[in-house]
Design a protein around this ligand. Structure first.
Ligand code: PLP
Length: 406
């Protein structure tokens, strides 16, 4: 298809609407993204014509659906360049994936006195599951701090990585600062000490090519709804050797081999980690979204977003009463900012009335807000269906807000 912004916008029906009689300008893509028609059609056709539970029956519909589900797994595998479909586990989302690793990896490898290393810029989803695991196991959570630009202070990494560290869990890109972290460097230094690394890709996969083998990460997680797929679905990638050793996280149908009252044996990978009826429509819808992204071109998306980032940054920096939080050069199209003496909610409400959807609050990163001593920010998060004209409208909206409230 190639990169044609007008065509791309037409592919997303929700973008065609008006709110408060103004064209919708949706800049809350960090929270969730919209769905192209092809994803909506895929889900609709499943429920109209193809729906059946997977893996369980030999009838026509079940076999068709099973084959679509397993081919969705292959689509995900090739999208992130995993070595095998056994390494692709469908979950309920990035949160579900991190909880699965924190529980299962924790059961196997973490003991009292061990340490888990995360960073100061993690989403709560990549903090709380580790805290819960630390509490269960008597382990300790350590934190890599970030500096005033919102970049990790890697000079502290060697000290933080100790012989007690069992895993490093780090966001690939920050949902509140926009920073793309130097994850390869962290992985290299962790691997020198044979410590595995989990990357939270919830804010990265939708913005550029991710190659898990090139990164050499041990786990990679993301959510379908943030990459133009259905909600309630997501992916856990794990290196096969690690997943093989880890115990199942949940018990139920599909994840078993033989069940008796004397004991149960487990299914092979990846099914060992997919207890119960999977969200197969979500997985198939996700595959449709990934196929769509590929048809647009992930490299082209990356290039276009770089232009969008340059433009947005320049325009926002031109507003005197605005301060950006997170100034890393290596960034995704996410901008957190505050307006002098204006509460984020007031600004968010006024922008909303102009048809501009931004997010206000802590963005599930309270420690980031604590770092700066603020209670929240306004966040504009853009993806490849956003335009420079929308950025202009945002800037106009911000200027009007300042005039009204200052
Ligand atoms: N990690 C990051 C960096 C995020 O931005 C989010 C959601 O905003 C999550 C994890 C959690 O994603 P989900 O709620 O889809 O599981």
């Amino acid at each position: 298809m190639g990169f044609n912004i007008e065509q791309i916008r037409k592919d997303f029906p929700i973008l065609q609407q008006q709110v408060y009689n103004k064209p919708l300008i949706y800049l809350d893509n960090g929270a969730t993204t919209h769905k192209p028609q092809v994803v909506i059609d895929t889900l609709r056709t499943i429920y109209e014509k193809q729906n059946s539970s997977i893996h369980r029956a030999i009838h026509y519909l079940s076999e068709q659906m099973t084959s679509r589900y397993e081919s969705a797994r292959e689509t995900v595998r090739s999208f992130i360049n995993a070595a095998s479909i056994r390494e692709i586990i469908f979950t309920s989302g990035a949160t579900g994936s991190i909880n699965a690793v924190a529980f299962s990896f924790g059961e196997k490898y973490v003991a009292a006195g061990d340490e888990i290393l995360i960073s100061e810029m993690e989403h709560h989803s990549n903090i709380v599951p580790w805290q819960m695991m630390c509490e269960r196991k008597g382990a300790q959570l350590k934190v890599i701090p970030f500096d005033e630009k919102g970049e990790l202070q890697l000079d502290q990494l060697d000290e933080l990585l100790s012989h007690k560290t069992r895993i490093v869990a780090l966001t690939h890109a920050s949902n509140s600062l926009g920073t793309i972290n130097p994850v390869k460097e962290v992985i290299r230094r962790a691997h020198e000490r044979e410590i595995p690394v989990l990357l939270d890709g919830a804010q990265m996969v939708q913005h550029g090519a991710v190659d898990v083998r090139e990164l050499d990460c041990d786990f990679y997680v993301f959510s379908s709804h943030k990459i133009f797929g259905p909600t309630g679905s997501g992916v856990l990638y794990g290196k096969e050797a690690l997943l093989e050793e880890m115990p199942p996280y949940q018990g139920g149908g599909d994840m078993v081999d033989q069940v008796s009252f004397e004991g149960t044996t487990y299914n092979t990978l990846p099914f060992k980690f997919e207890a119960g009826t999977s969200h197969y429509t979500g997985a198939i819808g996700l595959a449709a979204a990934l196929d769509y992204i590929r048809s647009v071109g992930i490299e082209e998306i990356g290039r276009y977003e770089q232009e969008l980032i340059r433009y947005t940054r320049e325009k926002l920096e031109g507003i005197e009463q605005l301060k950006i939080y997170g100034e890393s050069e290596k960034r995704i199209s996410v901008f957190s900012f505050l307006l002098d003496n204006i509460h984020t909610y007031d600004a968010g409400m006024i922008l909303d009335k102009m048809g501009i959807a931004v997010r206000t609050g802590t963005h599930c990163t309270q420690p980031v807000m604590d770092h700066f001593g603020i209670s929240g920010t306004i966040r504009a998060s853009l993806v490849f269906y956003n335009t420079m004209e929308e950025v202009d409208r945002l800037v106009e909206g911000i200027r009007t807000t300042i005039q009204m409230l200052s």
